[in-house]
Ligand binder design. Structure first.
Ligand code: URA
Length: 234
């Protein structure tokens, strides 16, 4: 399947269609190592190597990004009134039709994956897959050791909803690390509430063995390759 060069550049999220045309005109695009002469040349993204300013285009169908979600933004693709995680991405990446894998509450920070691969997202979210999600919670008081035991057995929420067994590590001061294997609505906050504790801050550290890159400041993101994205299932 072939596509025009300017469309391939735009579809990769590198530049808008008009910017792609001007990149070609400026001689900043190579195809198979040779400077591209025109935008309308048709190429096969599976066979042809396209570079912009020496960087190879990612023409993969599915893309994966790791975002350090800051507090105060919604885990949604759009909202009429409030800022969403997609508002943190540059305009060019909008073409990729990314969406967040599951939700972090507005006031939760940390690791959020954005992708355009629905099956991948489903596999992470599905409780049947038991993908561990690890959080650090700042609490209003220090949990007793028996709270860890209650979490380990599987807590029942105030509305009767049963949660799978979770792992609680009591850290210094009034903070704790919690690992859950499903993603019910407000799950971690509600689990602590059921144990009589109030969550003041919540930050997701990891999904499976995939950890939030410590180089990413809140609001920053980076692309992951296929291999790194699959780490969540290891
Ligand atoms: N559990 C919560 O309560 N909130 C989150 O954002 C994630 C897990």
């Amino acid at each position: 399947m072939t596509e025009r060069l300017d469309k391939l550049i735009a579809d990769s999220g590198t530049a808008s269609r008009s910017q792609a045309k001007s990149l070609v005109r400026q001689g900043r695009v190579t195809v198979n190592g040779v400077q591209a002469a025109a935008c309308d040349v048709r190429l096969n993204p599976d066979l042809d190597v396209i570079c912009v300013d020496g960087c190879m285009l990612n023409c993969s169908k599915y893309r994966y990004f790791m975002l350090h979600k800051p507090c105060g933004v919604l885990s949604a693709t759009e909202d009429r009134a409030q800022k969403t995680v997609l508002d943190l991405l540059p305009e060019n990446l909008r073409r990729l039709r990314l969406f967040p894998v599951g939700r972090l509450d507005k006031d939760t920070s940390g690791l959020l994956i954005l992708t355009n691969n629905g099956q991948y997202a489903h596999n992470i979210i599905s409780p049947a897959r038991h993908v561990p999600k690890r959080y650090i919670a700042g609490l209003d008081s220090r949990p007793d050791a028996d709270v860890a035991e209650v979490f380990r057995r599987g807590i029942v929420l105030a509305d009767g909803l049963e949660c799978l067994p979770a792992r609680l590590e009591i850290l210094g001061g009034s903070s704790a690390a919690v690992t859950v294997y499903e993603g019910k609505y407000h799950q971690v906050r509600r689990m602590f509430a059921a144990a009589g504790l109030h969550v003041l801050t919540l930050h997701r550290l990891s999904i499976g063995p995939l950890e939030l890159d410590s180089a990413l400041e809140p609001g920053q993101f980076r692309e992951m390759n296929q291999e790194e994205a699959q780490l969540v299932f290891k």
